[in-house]
Design a protein around this ligand. Structure first.
Ligand code: TRP
Length: 331
């Protein structure tokens, strides 16, 4: 039997090429080898997004984005967390095995408390219980599907360790392997994607190249990449330029070698380097953008794909809850 890979996608808008190389592509690669279950973590989104119109449209945008990027819903079980009531049943059961102290140690919660303290606010100001218990919901997402591996970024490793702790507490209590213990699949060699300003590409830095904007906007964005003041004729070090680092993500080995030689030879200005970058980026993104727009133009069809995914996911989820309830004496 194939092993199971599962990951949750938080509904945050405007996917960018950092997400594409850092999360989407690695997860789609993994789906070739594993039985993959990928879902939109919309109830996680509710913790921070209280505007219904925004949340609703963001859910569709990320779903459409993953499909446009190549997720095949025939091969990957692709669904919305909110369509699986068993997630919330399992969350309640796991709560009974989760030490409050464990949640106190969660990085995200600790950072929020620290920020409040530094500002002289009440330590728990603005922190809702959804945020505080976030790791339990995430543990339920994972454990529900007998997950072997969770492809995530380094920032999520603590959450996976918490899921392990909680599942182990359950198994230890009943003295049997009721729940599968998941592992984090952190790709050490995942591409670090530089942003427009050279720092890591991140929505919070405002330095992203979005995946699905119109061609003109894409061009304009790439033209905004920050460069030094080296003159056109000066030889340039390709590896010291985020323009070239971005180029490498999209270009073939031959293209990379040829352009690196032009950087080193002098005579190529930053404007031209950006045009070369735009050419390869647009070559890859144009078909994806078209797919994305087509998917977004038919939301009922998109919703149907997600519902079909949920229909495949629910029997698996129900089996886990049944197993746990039986072990717990609630059957
Ligand atoms: N916490 C993850 C993030 O912020 C999203 C997420 C929710 C998730 N549930 C998950 C990731 C389960 C992996 C597995 O990106």
């Amino acid at each position: 039997m194939k092993k199971i890979s599962l990951t949750g996608i938080k509904p945050t808008g405007d996917l960018h090429i950092g997400n594409y190389f850092g999360a989407i592509n690695p997860a789609l690669e993994l789906a070739k080898e594993y039985d993959a279950r990928y879902f939109i973590a919309d109830y996680h989104g509710l913790n921070t997004m209280k505007d219904p119109v925004e949340l609703n449209s963001t859910i569709r945008q990320v779903a459409a984005g993953w499909l446009a990027a190549g997720l095949d819903p025939e091969k990957v079980i692709f669904y919305r967390q909110s369509s699986i009531p068993e997630v919330f049943e399992l969350t309640t059961m796991l709560m009974a095995f989760t030490a409050k102290g464990l949640m106190n140690r969660a990085h995200a919660y600790k950072a929020a408390v620290q920020e409040n303290t530094e500002k002289g606010n009440d330590p728990d100001a603005g922190i809702n219980m959804g945020l505080f218990t976030y790791p339990v919901l995430m543990a339920a997402d994972i454990i529900l599907f007998d997950t072997d591996i969770v492809p995530v970024g380094k920032d999520q490793v603590q959450h996976i360790e918490m899921a392990q702790d909680i599942a182990q507490a359950v198994n230890a209590n009943y003295n049997q392997p009721v729940l599968k213990i998941p592992q984090a699949g952190v790709q050490d060699n995942a591409a670090v994607v530089p942003g427009l300003d050279g720092r890591k590409m991140s929505k919070s830095y405002g330095n992203v190249i979005p995946l699905f904007v119109p061609e003109k906007t894409l061009h304009k964005t790439i033209m905004r990449i920050v460069t030094n003041s080296q003159a056109v004729e000066e030889p340039k070090d390709p590896d010291a330029s985020q323009i070239f680092l971005l180029y490498k993500l999209f270009a073939s080995a031959e293209e990379q070698a040829a352009l690196a030689a032009r950087y080193r030879g002098g005579g190529m200005g930053w404007g031209e380097a950006k045009e070369e970058l735009f050419r390869v980026v647009n070559r890859e993104l144009a078909p994806m953008r078209e797919k994305f727009n087509a998917i977004m133009a038919d939301i009922p069809a998109l919703d149907k794909i997600l519902e079909q995914g949920a229909a495949k996911a629910r029997p698996i989820a129900a089996a886990t809850v049944r197993r746990f309830r039986k072990a717990a004496g609630i059957d």
